[in-house]
Design a protein around this ligand. Sequence first.
Ligand code: CP
Length: 314
Amino acid sequence: MPTNADNTNAPRSIVSIADLSKEEILSLIRLAAYFEERPNSKLLDGKVVATLFFEPSTRTRLSFETAVNRLGGRIIGFSDPAATSTSKGETLKDTIKMVANYADLIVMRHYLEGAARYASEITEVPIINAGDGAHQHPSQTMLDLYSIYKTQDRLDDITVTMVGDLKYGRTVHSLLMALSHFRAKFNFVACDELRMPEEFRLFCDRNGIEYHESKDFSPEVIADTDILYMTRVQRERFTDLMEYERVKDLYNLEASMLDAAKDSMRVLHPLPRVNEIAQDVDDSPKAYYFQQAKNGLYARQAMICTALGMDIRI
Ligand code: CP
């Protein structure tokens, strides 16, 4: 297919999955599929992308940086804020204003909820939120949606079971909002301490989204599932580590538990995992989390080009 890349669209920040309409989400998925076929398209010649990671990351940072490298752009940035002038007391505002002098796009992960939105309001350079506290992780959501689309051959009418840390897990919050466009049904499996927050349950109520809550990770729930979305209990977000110790091992998936699942069911996890998915699950054809992480490369290539305002006709 012929491709035409120019800058006819305005550059734009992607801070929350709510910033994207259903059509824009579908367009990003089509673009991700395009890049999966052509990951080395040299569309970013002359562009500099800054990756500012104020919190640890393996997949998100490396896949964004791989995405830029494969598209022919250049990378600046940091993965350890202790090695920057933040450690001398420089504010986030000043850091963003400085980096905006050097880069065409800023990809940013920060421990404070709302940090990416704040950054987007103090610079004209587009910001992609690579995770802000327990709030949002829109690029993870795009790769999750692309993974769902690839494994289920559709996005509509999927039953998604989310298990584990539904309180602090920003990926489940973003995914829930994105799937509201596609008539998803949800099972939320969590203990009281890690229950899906009220604001997201209200979001479901307001948008007519069916959901069931359970503390029991039962075979019946697994049998009812198209996408089993496991999550890590987010130790770094607890103020009371005794509470973390009480809840950290409540939900563990083992291979034998998949016997009840549909053949088409797939296990997703944003990763990193700790012990919520046993190693024996990795050998199951239903395990999809490593391919899911690979899909992040293509989803992020699509987001980078969109944030830079590139009009790619496919
Ligand atoms: N899923 C995810 O955000 O992984 P990293 O923390 O390794 O980037």
